[in-house]
Design a protein around this ligand. Structure first.
Ligand SMILES: Cc1ncc(COP(=O)(O)O)c(C=O)c1O
Length: 430
């Protein structure tokens, strides 16, 4: 099978006179085969303008944990639309959504909702700085916390610009970023407790932000003791620990990576799978910190925060995310993950398949599983792009950065069809 994507290409070209580059996020440009145009989604499938049916492992960049057409979410949204779209006031559905998160997420004593992960990261930085009276936000190389000027640094830096591994320098992610923002930020390598300790000891860090498992790049588990050590070091040095669970939340388990690894941060961010594709994000955490929005003059705003239609989607999504669903989806995810590893090995391709049941990473050219960004950056990205393109031509859509997101709608037949495509694609590039 070799699918063609000509109609998508023509639509992108034609509409580039209205939409810059034909896409509305830079992360959608530059795929091998070109950006695609989709007409509809159903379960594990996306249907494109050329009439192709693609098995989708983008899953909305991780958001579509229930697949593309979960009936419970759709009908909850339809019911809410009939009752009103935006009240600029409170609604019972947002309180129900908040209660569910508080009951489910270990760190969630209080909540504020937003519309995107990038946005609630900003709210977390503001709280950390207000609470500590310090300026520096400490981040880790290769971790991504949104596209805003003050944090889009060293997310995927070129190694020739990033400095030595034990003393990385901040590398901007975009032209046009204000260099003054680097003054409020510092970066170190992840999964290295000694370096974190040493940096915190300077006493100027307001907040430490990390993905508790590094998933925007790779799918790397924290080293044993790293999260616990980070929590203890932050406590000792008076810094606020922030977990960015935008990807890990509701994928590494229904109570987030924090429950899975047993470490409760001061603040956490959730988005993506929280509402299966509807624009909901949440900043959750310690009551005394979140209550600074109320009593200590820290501002948090947003016209669309807790928009009732998205809240209805969130409640329906959370209600669908039962332990049974995780068990069944995880089983299929592991079968897929391990099946891919076996096929690549048989094909003689050097690869590391790492990560979790419902989100994992395939990295080519790696001798051993990566421990952090530097380990990952040693891989053969160009070869993986060829693999992703070979899969696309066979009807399987995967991210070119190596991430695979599995939804509850990816049934055993879909996993079998995917493994068949992986076999063909591996043979093509080997
Ligand atoms: C770990 C992580 N944090 C934050 C964000 C930003 O979220 P959003 O794209 O909703 O602004 C992303 C997005 O990919 C992410 O992967």
């Amino acid at each position: 099978m070799s699918l063609s994507f000509e109609k998508s290409a023509a639509l992108i070209a034609e509409n580039s006179r209205y939409v810059a580059g034909g896409v509305n996020s830079n992360f959608r440009i530059g795929m091998a085969g070109g950006p695609l145009v989709f007409t509809h989604g159903e379960g594990p499938y996306l249907f494109d303008a050329d009439g192709n049916r693609l098995i989708d492992y983008y899953c909305g960049m991780g958001a579509m944990v229930l697949g593309h057409s979960p009936h419970g979410v759709i009908s909850a949204v339809q019911d809410q639309v009939a009752k009103g779209i935006l009240y600029a006031g409170q609604s019972p559905i947002e309180f129900e959504a908040a209660r569910i998160l508080c009951e489910r997420i270990p760190s969630a004593q209080r909540i504020r909702f937003g519309s995107s992960g990038s946005e609630v990261a900003q709210a977390a930085f503001r709280l950390a700085r207000a609470a500590t009276g310090r300026r520096i936000i400490l981040k880790f190389e290769g971790h991504y916390h949104g596209w805003f000027d003050n944090i889009l640094w060293s997310t995927a830096p070129a190694l020739n610009a990033a400095g030595p591994e034990d003393a990385p320098v901040l590398v901007p992610g975009s032209l046009g970023q204000d260099p003054i923002d680097a003054a409020g930020l510092d970066v170190i390598g992840w999964n290295d407790l000694a370096r974190l300790e040493a940096r915190l000891a300077k006493g100027d860090v307001a907040g430490v932000i990390m993905e508790p498992a590094m998933c925007n790049q790779g799918a790397i588990a924290p080293a044993p003791g790293f999260l616990e050590g980070a929590k203890e070091a932050c406590r000792r040095h008076g810094a606020i620990l922030i977990f960015d669970e935008v990807i890990t939340g509701f994928r590494l388990g229904r109570s987030g990576a924090q429950a899975r690894f047993g470490v409760t941060p001061d603040l956490s961010l959730f988005a993506k799978a929280i509402a299966n594709g509807f624009p909901v994000s949440a900043l959750v955490g310690r009551a005394d910190l979140l209550d600074m929005f109320v009593s200590k003059g820290v501002l948090h705003g947003g016209t669309f925060n807790a928009q009732p239609v998205t809240m209805a989607a969130m409640v329906a999504t959370q209600n669908a995310l039962t332990p049974e669903l995780y068990e069944a989806t995880s089983k299929r995810g592991v079968r897929l993950r391990d099946g891919i590893a076996a096929i690549l090995k048989d094909a003689g391709l050097k690869a590391q398949v790492t990560g979790f049941e419902m989100m994992f990473h395939v990295g080519f050219g790696l001798e051993k599983p990566a421990r952090n960004y530097r380990g990952l950056a040693a891989g053969d990205k160009a070869l993986y792009v060829r693999f992703a393109h070979a899969l696309l031509k066979r009807g399987v859509r995967v991210l070119e950065r190596g991430a695979w997101f599995v939804s509850s709608a990816h049934g055993d037949d879909v996993i079998d069809a995917t493994l068949e495509a992986v076999r063909g694609a591996a043979g093509e590039i080997a």
